[in-house]
Design a binder for this molecule. Structure first.
Ligand code: NAD
Length: 489
């Protein structure tokens, strides 16, 4: 049963500090993206409450044995937490679905198992990295000991609320840190249940905390706090830059930034199965209605196959069914907010004025309560078109054509972003040449999207980010290294 009645879902609106829910004065009104209905108030943590949460986390870090127990014991707790998350799907999935753009059936099939697996992955790294011995003179022993930072500040976006937060929280905890997380004010509630399950799994109270609020007040206070040893952030490039500047001013302290993208999908005429490639391209831009950092939002295609390829894309786009996240029929997600819906349409209209031709869609979908947008194809001749340059974060695919590999590469390079790219070709040499040449953090060849290979790190080049999430790199980024030199008598 994948459909449900959203009015029966009980939402707890609070912070989560020192292992328990903490109520606060209502500050913001949170609405369901699916139908735009108000459904719960959100407390905002002010500077004093952020300070209390961080101090509590620091005390928990110092007084509990989370950082000092045998690392394998941390593994056990995190694995138990992953099991509880999966067992709790009947409660957790509706909470995630009503508050976000994620259809319930996808949360059950994808988000929750993925959160659990990523937790298990980092749990298993807890006892795999202790530091290293240096090649010092023979009568000395030089070592680097890996140690946690203390309290890590994590700030998450709204597009996959549980999953994006978990990318930050799981490696930080596995490395022995305490964490204070600020989720997005647009999708704040499901993470509270996730936090509650952590305590049930045996995480010492105070080691993982959630403070609610907006970026301007709560997020900023977290970044400024002197006890925060490191900040890990996922969100837009503009916000990332301002967080980096705050961390420089009030630290300096290290940052990991996973930011925006404008990722190209290059399709060559030799692809063996046009329909299959078109499906992959279409899914790469319509998944979560294009509200994915690595959305493949720029199709760069060899001119000779343009027409049949566009027909395949149109066929796929027309099959998608927009709907509420609690309906099992939904295959096109809502847009997170009306404001974001208007922003998407604004970019499309500016793109048209600048010469883009609409081949499909091009406008909002009305009648469902929330904001929805038609899967849209825009044929664009000029790379300076706003739909090519700006991150739309909606189901809008620009199309540009090329005649040779060099031209394809030129079109693929973006002046600002370098998050990901897709290359579709039967020619392995060509694929490898492009893998080497593209200035992006991830290249997918003959596929688009990351699957469940969380063993591979993810992160951006250029203005798409600094540092990595996932993979052993994300775990190591939550550790600092102390050098020790000992004279041997
Ligand atoms: P956003 O930058 O508006 O907000 C992200 C978070 O930062 C929110 O929790 C917000 O409250 C907080 N914030 C805002 N201003 C702040 C400030 N001054 N100080 C501290 N915190 C502040 O991003 P969004 O709209 O929530 O998410 C969409 C963006 O995230 C897109 O640009 C997308 O590409 C990016 N994203 C990147 C990745 C990746 O892995 N690279 C993954 C998902 C999303």
């Amino acid at each position: 049963m994948n459909s449900f009645d959203p009015s029966i879902v009980k939402v707890r609106s609070a912070h989560f500090i020192d292992g328990t829910y903490r109520d606060g004065l209502p500050g913001l009104e949170v609405v369901r993206p699916s139908d735009g209905q108000y459904y719960a108030p959100l407390p905002i943590a002010d500077v004093a409450l952020v300070d209390e949460a961080v101090e509590n986390a620091w005390q928990a870090f110092c007084r509990s044995d989370w950082a000092t127990r045998p690392p394998r014991e941390r593994t056990r707790v995190l694995r138990r937490w992953a099991d509880l998350i999966e067992a709790d799907a009947a409660t957790l999935a509706p909470l995630e679905a009503i508050g976000s753009t994620r259809p319930h059936k996808d949360v059950l099939a994808w988000d929750i198992p993925y959160v659990a697996e990523v937790l298990r992955f980092f749990a298993e790294l807890a006892d795999k990295h202790g530091g290293q011995v240096a090649a010092t003179q023979h009568d000395r022993l030089g070592m680097q000991i890996a140690e946690p930072y203390g309290v890590v500040g994590a700030i998450a976006p709204w597009n996959f609320p549980l999953s994006m937060a978990n990318w930050k929280v799981a490696p930080a905890l596995a490395a022995g840190n305490a964490v204070v997380l600020k989720p997005s004010e647009l999708t704040p509630f499901s993470i509270l249940r996730y936090a509650e399950l952590a305590v049930q799994a045996g995480l010492p109270p105070g080691i993982f905390n959630v403070v609610q609020g907006d970026g301007r007040l709560t997020g900023d206070a977290l970044c400024r706090h002197p006890r925060i040893g490191k900040v890990t952030f996922t969100g837009s490039t503009g916000t990332g830059a301002s967080i980096m500047s705050t961390c420089a001013k009030f630290g300096p302290k290290p940052v990991t930034l996973e930011l925006g993208g404008k990722s190209p999908q290059l399709v060559f005429a030799d692809v063996p199965d046009l329909r299959k490639t078109a499906l992959s391209v279409a899914m790469g831009i319509t998944g979560n209605a294009g509200q994915v950092c690595v959305s493949g939002s720029r199709l760069i295609i060899e001119r000779s196959i343009l027409e049949p390829f566009v027909e395949c894309l149109q066929g796929y786009f027309r099959e998608l069914r927009p709907g509420h996240t609690w309906s099992a029929e939904t295959s096109l997600s809502p847009i997170i907010s009306r404001q974001q819906g208007e922003r998407i349409d604004g970019i499309v209209q500016r793109a048209r004025q600048a010469g883009a031709e609409v081949l499909e869609g091009g406008g909002p979908i009305d009648g469902l309560g929330g904001a929805y947008y038609q899967p849209t194809l825009l044929s664009v001749a000029d790379s300076r078109n706003p739909a090519v340059l700006e991150e739309v974060f909606g189901p809008v695919l620009t199309i540009q054509t090329f005649d040779d590999e060099q031209q394809a590469l030129q079109l693929a390079e973006h002046p600002t972003y370098g998050l990901a790219a897709g290359v579709h070709t039967a020619d392995l040499n060509r694929a490898l040449r492009l893998v080497r040449s593209l200035e992006v953090g991830t290249v997918w060849v003959n596929r688009y999207g990351r699957s469940n290979d969380h063993v591979l790190p993810t992160g951006g080049y250029k203005r798409s980010g600094i540092g990595k999430d996932l993979g052993s790199e994300a775990f190591e980024a939550n550790l600092r290294h102390k050098s020790v030199l000992i004279d041997i008598g």
